[in-house]
Design a protein around this ligand. Sequence first.
Ligand SMILES: NC(=O)c1ccc[n+]([C@@H]2O[C@H](COP(=O)([O-])OP(=O)(O)OC[C@H]3O[C@@H](n4cnc5c(N)ncnc54)[C@H](O)[C@@H]3O)[C@@H](O)[C@H]2O)c1
Length: 442
Amino acid sequence: MTKINVQKAEGKLGVLVVGLGAVSTTFMTGVLMVRKGLAKPVGSMTQYDKIRVGRGADKKYLHYNEIVSMPSLNDIVFGAWDVYPANAYESAINCEVLKEKDIEPVKDELVKIVPMKAAFDKNYAKRLDGNNVKDCKDRWDMVEQIREDIRKFKAETGASRLVVLWAASTEIYVPVDEKIHYHLADLEAAMKADDREHVAPSMCYAYAALKEGAPFIMGAPNTTVDIPAMWELAEQTKLPIAGKDFKTGQTLVKSGFSPILGTRCLGLSGWFSTNILGNRDGLVLDEPANFHTKEVSKLSTLETILKPDVQPDLYGHGNDEDTQYYHKVRINYYPPRNDNKEGWDNIDIFGWMGYPMQIKINFLCRDSILAAPLCLDLVLLSDLAHRAGRYGIQRFLSFFLKAPMHDYTQGEEAVNHLYQQYTMLKNEIRELGGYEADEEID
Ligand SMILES: NC(=O)c1ccc[n+]([C@@H]2O[C@H](COP(=O)([O-])OP(=O)(O)OC[C@H]3O[C@@H](n4cnc5c(N)ncnc54)[C@H](O)[C@@H]3O)[C@@H](O)[C@H]2O)c1
């Protein structure tokens, strides 16, 4: 097989994060602590996972950086934008995710990460009222200002490559509108016409990143790059895009647990998921228009794993129309828990002759602790994809995402099944390393 030419990871990798809140400061603090040998990057695939390459007597298990060229954590330089002016140290302290003892040793480096002014529109997140915000004439001007920020960051840090990661608040739901979001020329015209309803600030960040040569990752459920116009831009600029929504707690469990039912041909009549959450993310999601964006993302997980059209006896009962199991997701803002989200899942299943049973899952998780390693992996793997000349939607990154992007205009389906996603991830790494893709049992 022909070996794919993967450019070596040389020089600094600039990681520009939109949003300097709980997730991003936990990610940054962790990377800096690991660099000092004071913490372990638990949960990160790029730092821990070993993939089998070769078969039979030739097989061996290797870390990703033993298969393909990967940057060291020492090569990363961080930058950020936020609506609030707090630097990464102050924000990490305010967010109360990490203990001070786990922040103080890297205080000097965190203090230097001062957020650039945000490209922000209050209509997209009403509950935020920070004033570290750009003054923009229109959406096109917003793009131009972000592009200028990116260029400045690159020049100041000397980064040889960049990645832009959205870890900012969830915006209100922007439904895909064929007239605006299907063609790049229409999207650009809408930006120039200052169409604030159809062009979210996140789209301006994504557009600017791609124009400045940086892969873009959407960690929230926002529509942003999940539109054909952005796929066109990614194709034009030959850059990878990934999204949407970090798959951290409840959805990780759902996409890993639901295959049990599907594999054993057990029936499902309903799946009720609820959460309590008290951080700023929870506050923003308490607004119905913002929650709706999250709801759409969270609901999509089961659809491609337990399919009523394929198994109508097992998955075709439950809701009012009796065509599918009932699937409901709720998030409740509850300040005392802060970042320590608690999720409950009640799963109503049925077995032999239709007899009902219940499964309860209670996950007392820590939101940002689960999200931080995903930030690291998504950043490093998007950079890898870029160095390998891959562009457009990176389906092999679906493993990390709640509502993986796919070309819905061609009837393509998302892959939500955790173990299928893992196979896709492993095979991409194998291929980029010059090994054969396979589905052997390890
Ligand atoms: N932690 C998880 O498990 C998880 C999982 C999936 C998705 N997410 C998503 O990740 C995002 C970040 O979560 P968090 O807990 O860090 O939230 P957070 O509220 O602590 O941080 C988000 C930050 O983004 C800033 N912001 C909002 N709009 C901005 C803009 N236009 N430009 C620049 N900054 C902007 C806010 O001021 C805030 O400081 C949220 O959208 C959340 O839904 C988190």
